[in-house]
Write a new protein. Structure first.
Length: 310
């Protein structure tokens, strides 16, 4: 049994959402059954799932055995925690900026034992609040924002909704890009395939998306691009690049298999997509904050190979 005293940053959220965050992997049916039976108490009294927590509330969280049938709920190793600790770009009382490695999901689920956010929570047991501000695909590396206060998370979400956060990526695409610096605007539709896999397509019924593509360096078979996201749709860069006739190198879902094999021979073992930088005006202080993560060594090596073969 655990007693949790609610801080100012945790105040205002519903008890069911608080428990869902704290007890990752617990089925929702079990969570609501705990609330109905009074296993969860606030200030020693019963509460319903819609109860909104207040600063100073003491929440009794009963002992729960999390299901591990899919591998979820497993603890990250010490090596994994140390590895992530070395990739922290910036940290203060409100924000943590991580250079997320390729191959690690931002959160656990779908058979994954843990993701970035679970590992960070495990490595910072005294940090009462850690939540993802946005997401990156599992194979995408680079700048990832994690809020350490609920109020700051809400403020950053407001910036994202208003399009007031600059997000720039670097990617390698197939062929010689002849479109110059261009704004690509498409309607993107997301479909759920068998097994829960998401697939995004350009279509007239989708959500509006916009990205600015700018070529940085051209090679005989590929072009290094900088992309600035103006919206944040699922798989946006990958789908728009493919629709423009220049799929992203190493992309197994939307890419060109022949091009991927060609890049693999040059040493590319992952998708070539990297969240290079993030910048925004701090909603509290008004200060301009900018963060960047250098292109990973394994991607720089591919560029060196392309330059050597040019």
């Amino acid at each position: 049994m655990e007693l949790v005293t609610i801080s100012d940053d945790q105040a205002g959220q519903r008890i069911d959402n608080f428990l869902a965050t704290r007890l990752k992997g617990l089925p929702k049916s079990r969570l609501y059954r705990m609330l109905r039976k009074g296993e969860v108490r606030v200030n020693k009294g019963r509460i319903g799932p819609a109860y909104r927590l207040q600063a100073g509330d003491v929440v009794r969280v009963p002992p729960v055995r999390l299901s591990n049938n899919t591998g979820e709920g497993a603890e990250p190793s010490v090596a994994a925690l140390e590895f992530l600790a070395g990739r922290v770009v910036f940290e203060d009382k409100q924000l943590l900026v991580l250079d997320k490695p390729s191959g690690m999901a931002v959160h656990g689920g779908s058979g994954l034992s843990y993701g970035v956010i679970e590992a960070l929570r495990a490595s910072r047991p005294d940090c009462h609040y850690l939540e993802l501000v946005h997401r990156l695909d599992r194979e995408t590396s680079g700048c990832l924002l994690i809020a350490k206060r609920r109020s700051y998370l809400r403020s950053l979400h407001g910036l994202l909704r208003a399009g007031a956060m600059e997000k720039q990526y670097m990617t390698l695409v197939r062929g010689d890009w002849q479109l110059g610096k261009v704004l690509l605007e498409d309607q993107l539709s997301t479909h759920q395939r068998r097994g829960g896999e998401r697939h995004v397509e350009v279509g007239s019924e989708g959500k509006a998306s916009a990205s600015r593509f700018r070529p940085l360096q051209s090679f005989s078979s590929a072009t290094l691009m900088e992309v600035r996201l103006l919206t944040g749709r699922t798989h946006q860069i990958r789908v728009q690049a493919e629709a423009a006739g220049h799929p992203v190198a190493g992309d197994d879902k939307y890419g060109d298999p022949a091009f991927n094999r060609q890049m693999s021979r040059l040493g590319l073992k992952r998708m070539f997509l990297h969240a290079h930088s993030l910048a925004f005006e701090d909603p509290g202080s008004g200060e301009w904050r900018a963060f960047s993560a250098p292109l990973p060594e394994e991607l720089r090596d591919v560029i060196d190979q392309l330059e050597g073969s040019a």
